[in-house]
Ligand binder design. Structure first.
Ligand SMILES: Nc1nc2c(ncn2[C@@H]2O[C@H](COP(=O)(O)OP(=O)(O)O)[C@@H](O)[C@H]2O)c(=O)[nH]1
Ligand SMILES: [Mg+2]
Length: 197
């Protein structure tokens, strides 16, 4: 399948709330706990190594805007739930995300990445409550699906759908095995087209 994300570049890296972009190109944001595989998934979607990956959690503190096809942003949000982060770091993280989500008229969808082995962790559930409260549309991406058997994975998908019947979709992805890309890309493409009409 040809890449729909044929032209991707890092447009802006933001370390504080002042640089956040709230209008203009549509935004599709990617959120999740540190180490969930967010940067790896973005690189898989982009089909190039633009986002920095790491085996040490808690590295990405910035908000990174990737401009795709000169049409929309994929936004790499700072990872949460990093236990070793200090109180002040966690406060900064919360302020940044709060500010990112609030009154962001360009934000179309948040993909909440969850490790397919570890559903219903407190911080992920908090994120869901938060986004629902703000009225921001979101869907789930279960990552690292290569770590589970087909049966285990099916159970996890049922569990998350049961727990969150009102969310839009549950996507499955393994960046390692390179599966799940076309569904995500098609979904973003469709949302993007619907907006343009
Ligand atoms: N088995 C497996 N490991 C993955 C996958 N995606 C990422 N990882 C690993 O998970 C770790 C964290 O990945 P990274 O993308 O940096 O996570 P981030 O902190 O969410 O951006 C790295 O060691 C990756 O190699 C996947 O699909 N399958
Ligand atoms: Mg990362």
């Amino acid at each position: 399948m040809p890449s729909h994300f044929s032209n991707v570049k890092l447009f802006r890296t933001v370390f504080n709330v002042k640089g956040l972009i709230k209008e203009g190109y549509a935004q599709f944001a990617f959120a999740g706990r540190s180490n969930v595989g967010k940067s790896t998934l973005l690189n898989y979607l982009f089909d190039q190594k633009l986002a920095k990956t790491s085996s040490t959690p808690g590295k990405t503190r910035s908000v990174n805007y990737y401009l795709v096809n000169e049409q929309f942003f994929c936004v790499d949000l700072p990872g949460y739930g990093y236990a070793k982060a200090s109180k002040s770091e966690q406060d900064l993280w919360r302020r940044t995300l709060e500010s990112y989500f609030e009154s962001n008229s360009a934000l179309r969808e948040v993909f909440i990445l969850i490790d397919s082995r570890h559903l219903f962790l407190e911080k992920d559930e908090q994120m869901v409550v938060w986004l629902r409260h703000l009225g921001v549309p979101f869907s789930f991406v279960l990552t690292k699906t290569d770590k589970l058997t087909t049966t285990q994975l099916r159970k996890q998908v049922e569990a998350i759908k049961d727990a969150h019947p009102q969310n839009r979709s549950v996507f499955l992805a393994s960046s390692l095995k390179r599966t799940g890309r076309s569904e995500l890309v098609a979904y973003i493409d469709d949302l993007q087209k619907a907006l343009a009409e």
